[in-house]
Design a protein around this ligand. Structure first.
Ligand code: ADP
Length: 398
């Protein structure tokens, strides 16, 4: 069974075609700058080099057409025609309180996703365009929506309600939703398999540390708390996002800089975090190099980032009343031995003991804690596309 996984952003589109008989990626790629000049597709068929094709893509329709042309192309295609695509799995950012699991898409589901648009005005409409274009170009092919928020719908009210007038929640849907749910679900399930333990028996803290970063407390396979909130702006200091700040700063900063509230929100999303602290460096590799070279701004930014991660781990160890395993994933979590080491230095009181040699190794799923560590610390590469494809397969086979 071949499943096409689509992740439609406002001006980009990522895709993978996965053969679910052996979960192998047949081809993957990215369409960039949809709707502006210089749009191009970067396409990588399995076992071959990347191919970049410049082509006008005024809308997502042309982008998806181009993806399908690449997949079925004579020279570099991986399937003979569209009938070889058995189902399409879509990443949808926001499912509000309506979706606690992935679902087959029909007209009612589309309407309900539309109702969530105001909660994710930049993302959900793009996801819906992807759904609509695929159903037109591949009529009759089942489509599935996999939500970033769904995994966190198991959080109790004490974790998701904010201390605001209750009408913020009852009338305006303001609550913690949490994001990266597909990744947290994949990783928390996969680590249990990797450790050979039933997921129901584990108290796990997943640290998804990428450009966007969030931490999730998972009790017996269920999300009970997570650091992102009403939007992905909350929680940890991130590449360009501020993470948690005192909300009174907004009005004060707007006054000082003569900005509107919307402009301050843009500053918090795009010009803050590690980039804000260093004057533009948001990539962990640059920050590590700056740290080693003694650049004080990089030192401060890295110290703040790792301190934040450790603080959330401490909070979630309390929430879970103990922790069996801590998992690092995503770009920084998978690759930065520096960050993992610095974070774990704070966690001695939990009985965390890192094995320096194991932490320095590279590879796939691995344990990096010492044999006598009370908490198992792992690195598990995340794979949101595979999770989307697995959900899609399961639902269409039902
Ligand atoms: P997102 O999906 O949120 O854009 P990723 O999970 O792809 O982010 O992570 C991207 C980040 O991972 C980069 O910005 C970089 O900081 C970090 N990263 C990637 N490779 C390395 C590496 N070898 N060492 C340290 N950090 C890395």
């Amino acid at each position: 069974m071949n499943i096409l996984v689509i992740n439609c952003g406002s001006s980009s589109l990522k895709f993978q075609l996965i053969d679910m008989d052996n979960e192998s990626v047949q081809a993957k790629g990215l369409c960039e700058r949809i709707g502006s000049d210089g749009s191009r597709i970067v396409y990588t068929p399995a076992g071959k080099d990347k191919i970049a094709i410049e082509s006008p893509m005024p809308t997502h329709t042309e982008a998806i057409k181009l993806v399908l042309d690449c997949l079925t192309g004579k020279e570099n295609g991986v399937i003979s025609d569209l009938s070889a695509i058995d189902a399409v799995g879509h990443r949808v950012v926001h499912g509000g309180e309506k979706f606690a699991a992935s679902t087959i898409i029909n007209d009612d589901v589309v309407k309900t996703i539309e109702e969530c648009n105001e909660l994710a005005p930049l993302h959900n409409p793009a996801n819906l365009i992807g759904i609509s274009v695929c159903s037109k170009l591949m009529p009759g092919v089942p489509q599935v929506a996999v939500f970033d928020t769904a995994f966190h719908q198991t959080m109790p009210a004490k974790a998701y309600l904010y201390g605001l007038p209750l009408k913020a929640y009852t009338d305006y849907k303001v609550r913690r939703y949490g994001f990266h749910g597909t990744s947290h679900r994949f990783v928390s399930k996969h680590v249990a398999e990797f450790l050979g333990k039933p997921v129901e028996s584990l108290k796990t803290i997943v640290c998804h540390l990428g450009n966007g970063a969030s931490i999730c407390a998972v009790d017996g396979g269920k999300s009970v708390d997570t650091s992102m909130g009403f939007t992905p702006l909350a929680g940890l200091v991130m590449g360009t996002r501020s993470g948690d700040i005192d909300p009174a700063i907004l009005e004060y900063y707007a006054g000082k800089e003569n900005l509107t509230l919307a402009e301050v929100t843009t500053v918090l999303n795009k010009e803050s975090g590690l980039a804000g602290l260093t004057g533009g460096k948001s990539d962990c590799r640059d920050l590590e190099a700056g740290y080693e070279a003694g650049d004080q701004k990089c030192i401060d930014a890295m110290e703040i980032f790792c301190y934040d991660v450790a603080k959330y781990i401490g909070a979630y160890a309390a929430v879970l009343n103990g922790v069996d395993d801590i998992v690092f994933t995503a770009g920084i979590g998978e690759n930065s031995a520096f960050v993992r080491n610095k974070v774990c230095e704070y966690l001695g009181y939990l009985g965390v003991k890192l094995d320096a040699a194991k932490n320095a190794e590279r590879g796939d799923d691995r344990i990096i804690s010492a044999d006598d560590s009370k908490v198992t610390v792992c690195v598990i590469p995340t794979n949101e596309e595979l999770m989307i494809a697995r959900d899609t397969k399961e639902l269409v086979e039902k």
